[in-house]
Design a protein around this ligand. Structure first.
Ligand code: SAH
Ligand code: SF4
Ligand code: F3S
Length: 481
């Protein structure tokens, strides 16, 4: 999968992909589970990429539900197949192309089937998609989902349909997502769209458009509704949540991210609040103090560094340097203590990165002692600043070797971070049955670490105190006390 905005362990999500043997979706794809209300047509939707896409698929399902579509988990049952795609790295696009060719062979046997491509690849390739993939009927970018009913009518009328207009104000604030990617306990809430940051390697500003923040009241209302439905955790989503800013139409009310976080935390002490992604240049002490003030705001920050070397960071146009990043980490430690978990994304082998500069990424990993890392080798994306101005000159084998060193170093620290949790009692939100055994439950602690324990009388959605007795290095094991 492409880089998630936040580490979420979907170990126990019931929405296991259910595809027929010859139409198995690739791994790390989310197939939306069935809704059964007797609508006339059936929608099969697969989502790739980040949580933003998974969240968008819930909005798309909601829009199409109003149009008479139920979702199905079976491609073979579908009248309409939608792939919600990702462009972040070349491999993400290749995965989608491969999946499309499988779906196209299915379509040849079922000529009435409609096939649409949504999301970032749709936005990047636009109508070129229809030339390249002749069997695709529909290409719709991330800001044009409200137009889906019209576009589907065009396709029903025998035409191909494209809408890839980006918007400056679309936030889908008024659309209540159909919660497809959910276990009934945890939900994503999108708080902003787009990105204005122009990191030189990144395609997102091109595929997602300008940054815009969603109405604070609609966010709080959505979270309240979730609580009323029994949800226990929300994850506030944005490419750069720390630059959230919303002003009411009359100009009387201004809300920044710290204030939004506080409003959501105040809804209920029983509601856990997570968020992702934090940009190191924007995360403020105010946000950290707000996290410290509320027990129910989880002590976990995804703070992608990308590199540990200041020259490379400058080439990446990240707008911070290593000392700045280290200072932000020290602020987290100062304000929230050593227990606050921190994770990162790192890119190995960016344009002109030297061996010494790569070493600095390793020393940054040692400095921070990350709990978790999502690490990639650089993949040039057409149209980005780096593709236009910089040579992609680190050989693939070197990129891969450096990446492996980053992963290995990161895992050392992750294991140590898990190990230091042994012998302590953790408050865990039970998310469901453990994958391994009927008798075990699985949940996460505030730090986003997976905790597994014998079920006793606890149930999904309960908070339990678990004494952790050992660790596998990727999960904590213990028992309820
Ligand atoms: N908004 C987030 C990142 C979203 S993209 C942030 O600024 O941190 C998720 C991750 O994908 C990035 O953090 C980066 O590590 C990785 N990524 C993005 N473009 C990439 C590219 N061209 N090659 C390799 N990795 C890339
Ligand atoms: Fe991409 Fe940078 Fe925006 Fe993140 S902040 S989405 S890496 S441009
Ligand atoms: Fe997300 Fe991939 Fe688009 S990471 S924003 S789906 S390019």
């Amino acid at each position: 999968m492409s880089q998630p905005l936040l580490t979420l362990d979907f170990l126990d999500t019931p929405a296991a992909p259910a595809a027929t043997a010859d139409h198995q979706p690739a791994q790390d794809v989310r197939v939306s589970p069935a809704t059964r209300t007797g609508r006339q047509r059936k929608l099969y939707i697969e989502s790739y990429g980040c949580q933003m896409n998974f969240s968008d698929s819930e909005i798309v399902s909601s829009i199409l539900f109003e149009e008479g579509f139920d979702t199905t988990e079976q491609l073979s049952d579908a009248d309409l197949v939608l792939l919600n795609t990702c462009s972040i790295r070349e491999k993400a696009e290749q995965t989608v192309r491969m999946r499309l060719s499988q779906i196209n062979s299915h379509k040849k046997r079922n000529p009435g089937l409609l096939v649409g491509v949504l999301g970032c690849m749709a936005e990047r390739l636009k109508s070129k998609f229809l030339e390249e993939e002749k069997l695709v009927d529909l290409v719709v970018g991330p800001d044009a989902y409200r137009d889906l009913p019209n576009l589907i009518r065009e396709v029903d009328g025998g035409q191909k349909a494209v809408n890839v207009l980006l918007s400056r104000d679309e936030t889908y604030a008024d659309i209540t997502p159909v919660r497809l990617n959910s276990n009934g306990i945890t939900a994503f809430v999108s708080i902003m769209r787009g990105c204005d940051n122009m990191c030189s390697f990144c395609v997102v500003p091109f595929t997602r458009g300008r940054e815009r923040s969603r109405d604070a009241h609609s966010i709080v209302q959505e979270c309240r509704d979730l609580v009323a439905q029994g949800y226990k955790e929300v994850t506030l989503l944005g490419q750069n949540v720390d630059s959230y800013k919303w002003t009411s139409e009359d100009g009387q009310e201004f809300v920044n991210f710290a204030q939004l976080l506080e409003r959501v935390a105040l809804i209920s002490p029983e509601l856990r609040v997570r968020f992702s992604t934090s940009h190191p240049k924007d995360i403020t002490d105010e946000v950290l103090y707000t996290m410290g003030k509320y027990e129910n705001i989880c002590k976990y920050i995804h703070l992608p560094a990308q590199s540990g070397n200041s020259r490379v960071l400058k080439l990446m146009n990240r707008t911070y340097d290593r000392p700045w990043y280290e200072e932000r980490v020290q602020a987290i430690r100062r304000i929230l203590g050593d227990d606050c978990a921190i994770s990162t994304d790192m890119i190995s082998g960016f344009c002109s990165e030297t061996e010494e500069e790569h070493q600095e990424t390793l020393t940054l990993i040692d400095f921070v002692q990350y709990d978790m890392g999502y690490n990639f080798f650089y993949s040039e994306r057409p149209g980005t600043l780096a593709a236009r101005k910089l040579a992609d000159d680190v050989p693939l084998e070197v990129k891969k070797r450096r990446l492996q060193e980053v992963i290995d170093r990161q895992q050392l620290h992750a294991r140590a971070r898990y190990a230091r949790m042994v012998g302590r009692v953790h408050r865990v939100l039970v998310e469901g049955r453990s994958k391994r055994s009927e008798e075990q439950l699985s949940g996460r602690n505030s730090q986003n670490q997976v905790v597994i324990f014998p079920k006793g009388t606890a149930q999904k959605g309960d908070y339990v105190n678990v004494l952790v007795t050992s660790t596998t290095g990727a999960a904590l094991l213990g028992e309820i006390v």
